[in-house]
Design a protein around this ligand. Structure first.
Ligand code: ATP
Ligand code: MG
Length: 709
């Protein structure tokens, strides 16, 4: 595998970084925090889709401070065994695209992972731990538990699969043994039962054939049904004809009676109708006379009223009051007295003032004013008394005056009424006497009774007429029906169907129906029994198959046990592991020799290394110095990568020089120098992140990262 280019846009601290990775050894330099480790982590995530390389969630790898809408992605152009493919892992918007050259792009994350794994044919764990070696993880495997290291080695050698196979085969064998044990051969019993069931089928089929003989053909059944129907119809028609004959007899009798009654009424009505014009003229005359009587009666009433007006008493005059004075005169007297009083009052006022000695009444000289005043006071008193006396007369005089006026009016009316009554009476002359009204009324009542009788006759005539018509119509209907019945009976009687033939037809039909039900039931029963026989056949077949299977299963079990023993961890897997371990040891020791052979190692299957120092000291690798451990870890990783990921041909080491002394760095430089030619020749890539510039001279390609501002 080869990484051709990597492009990081808004990923971790990288705003936009596009890098080419040629073959050979590439060194990546940069100050702390410049994004070296993030660069290789994101390249790894681009290949595996696994962003857990950095703590936190996937989106936390989007460059802090990048605009909200800015895209964030890692684009890797890869090549493996001649196939170019481009992988884009986009953090924002969240999507993935794999484009294998010449094929349509794939965008489902799961599918991409499967296709990439299939393409590289390498387990994810090897890519994670032996292709991309994280910072500080170079000798991490040495400090894990022996059991975990054993698992890792088993995984590297694929012998863990043999373990799974051994277990699966074991489970299968147990199952097959259980299956074989449950098999019981009861074929004799089933065969006996099958024979009995076959006999039952035969018996049922015989019954079925017998029943079928009663089943009629369609045309035959139809004909029999027709015969029965004709017979039923004949019986019905005969019964109906008898009933209708009785109906006709009754209807004829009723119509004759109705006709007689109608004639009677008709005669009476004709007679009455003849008399009717005369009667009716008489009645009109009586009505006229009765109306004339009313007029004469009114005249008599009028004469009576007029005579009453003439003979009525004349209104009598009112009784006159004593000392009656006409109201006008009374009024005049009162006015004169008041004028005199007023005049006396003015003279008295003059006298009392003493302004004049001349009498205003007579013009003479007033000699004794005191005496004059006295006389005037006396006169005034007399006049006031006179006025009071006059006032007592006003009421009775006015009352009499009103009564007298009323009497004069009444008398005028009386006289004019009497005169006009006398004139009208004279005009009316002699009024005729009132004729005998009761006699006329009686004649009218007799006429009305005659009219009622006439109406009753008319109504009776109409009723009888209707009844007669109805009965005649009924008779005709019955007659028509009788004619129709006779015609249909005549036709049906030609078919020669008798009671005997109809009964025979019914019997055959009943047998047919019963047979059909029986045949249906028998067929079902036959099918059921045949199904039982079939079940027995199947059971027998199954037993045969099981018998064969049990035989081959036993053979299979024997074979399986043999195969299983091969994949047992102490058999083939152990051989493979030992072989791989030998190869691994050789490779590690080859690399260690490159480092001037500070020690060589032997190892167990749990990858517990023993260091054999040149001075003969043998000690566990865990007791080596930090630098020695780094040397061993590098040798181990080169060996594992070349043995188990040789096809991939790529390794990324993040700061492998940490902890190495001058000498060992020199050795690593020599190793890398030789590896440089080899990797280029083999078309491989080694990417190393380091702070150590002494390594720079061996790098074929150098990438320098700056710390973001
Ligand atoms: N999403 C991000 N945006 C910006 N910076 C980030 C983001 N994620 C991580 N960083 C920064 O990346 C830095 C670590 O980068 P990295 O580990 O790649 O450095 P380095 O170059 O490998 O340094 P060293 O030489 O110390 O190993 C940290 O300072 C961290 O804050
Ligand atoms: Mg780092």
């Amino acid at each position: 595998m080869r990484l051709k280019t990597a492009e990081l846009v808004n990923v971790c601290q990288h705003r936009k970084l596009k890098l080419d990775f040629p073959l050979g050894v590439t060194g990546v330099f940069g100050p702390n925090g410049s994004g070296k480790s993030n660069l290789v982590k994101m390249i790894k995530a681009n290949l595996t889709g696994d962003f857990t390389v950095n703590p936190g969630n996937k989106e936390e790898n989007i460059r802090r401070g990048a605009p909200e809408s800015a895209p964030s992605y890692i684009l890797g152009e890869w090549q493996h065994e001649g196939t170019d493919f481009e992988l884009v892992r986009s953090l924002r918007p969240n999507k993935n695209t794999l484009t294998i050259s010449g094929q349509s792009p794939i965008s489902k994350a799961g599918e991409i992972t499967d296709v990439v794994e299939g393409l590289l044919s390498l387990p994810k764990r090897i890519i994670n731990e032996f292709v991309f070696v994280d910072q500080w993880s170079i000798f991490a495997f040495m400090s894990t538990q022996p059991a975990d290291r054993a698992k890792l080695f088993s995984h590297l050698c694929n012998t863990d699969r043999a373990e799974v196979l051994w277990k699966t085969l074991g489970d299968q064998a147990t199952q097959d043994q259980e299956l074989a044990a449950t098999f019981i051969d009861n074929s004799d019993e089933i065969r006996h039962r099958r024979k009995e069931r076959l006999a039952k089928v035969k018996e049922l089929k015989t019954k079925l054939a017998k029943e079928k003989t009663h089943i009629l053909k369609k045309a035959e059944g139809r004909k029999l049904k027709e015969e029965i129907e004709i017979y039923k119809r004949l019986e019905f028609l005969k019964e109906r004809r008898d009933a209708r004959k009785v109906d006709l007899h009754n209807a004829t009798a009723q119509a004759a009676t109705a006709e007689e009654r109608f004639k009677e009424v008709d005669d009476s009505l004709s007679k009455a109708r003849k008399k009717w014009p005369k009667l009716s003229a008489e009645a009109e005359n009586v009505k006229y006379q009765l109306s004339e009587i009313q007029k004469v009666k009114k005249l008599h009433d009028r004469v009576k009223t007029l005579k009453a007006s003439i003979t009525a008493a004349e209104p009598s005059p009112p009784t006159p009051v004593a000392d009656y004075v006409e109201p006008a005169e009374l009024h005049e007297r009162q006015r004169a007295i008041q004028a005199e009083i007023d005049e006396i009052a003015s003279v008295m006022a003059l006298l009392e003032s003493g302004q004049s000695a001349e009498c205003p009444l007579c013009g003479g000289t007033i000699k004794n004013p005191e005496a004059q005043l006295k006389a005037l006071r006396k006169r005034t008193t007399l006049r006031i008394q006179e006025a009071a006396k006059l006032a007592t007369r006003v009421g009775p005089c006015l009352e009499y005056f009103a009564k007298r006026e009323s009497w004069i009016r009444d008398k005028t009316v009386y006289l004019s009424r009497k005169q006009s009554a006398e004139e009208e009476l004279a005009q009316l002359g002699d009024v005729p006497a009132v004729p005998d009204e009761e006699k006329l009324k009686q004649a009218l009542r007799q006429y009305e009774a005659q009219a009622d009788l006439m109406n009753a006759l008319e109504e009776g005539h109409r009723v009888r007429q209707n009844k007669l018509n109805t009965l005649i119509a009924k008779k005709e209907v019955v007659q028509r029906e009788l004619d129709e019945l006779d015609t249909e009976l005549g036709t049906l009687e030609q078919s020669l169907v008798t009671e005997k033939t109809a009964k025979l037809a019914q019997k055959k039909l009943n047998q047919h129906r019963e047979a059909r039900v029986a045949v249906e039931g028998l067929r079902r029963t036959v099918e059921e029994w045949e199904a039982f026989v079939e079940e027995d056949d199947e059971a027998l077949d199954r037993i045969e198959v099981l018998k064969e299977r049990t035989t081959s299963a036993r053979k299979w079990l024997e074979d399986m046990e043999r195969w299983r023993s091969v994949v047992h961890r102490d058999a083939l897997p152990r051989l493979v592991a030992q072989h791989m371990l030998e190869e691994l040891e050789d490779k590690i020791n080859e690399t260690l020799a490159e480092f001037d052979g500070p020690f060589r190692v032997t190892s167990d299957e749990d990858l517990t290394f023993l260091a054999h120092k040149p001075n003969g000291v043998v000690e566990p690798a865990a007791r080596l110095s930090g630098g020695e451990k780094v040397v061993l870890a590098l040798a181990f990783r080169f060996a594992v990568n070349s043995l188990f990921a040789g096809e991939i041909g790529m390794m990324v080491l993040d700061e492998p020089t940490a902890g190495l002394d001058e000498h060992n760095i020199g050795c690593l430089t020599d190793v890398l120098e030789r590896l440089s030619d080899l990797t280029k020749k083999r078309g491989q890539q080694l990417i190393i992140i380091t702070h150590d510039h002494r390594l720079e001279r061996v790098f074929d390609n150098v990438i320098r990262l700056e710390k973001a501002a």
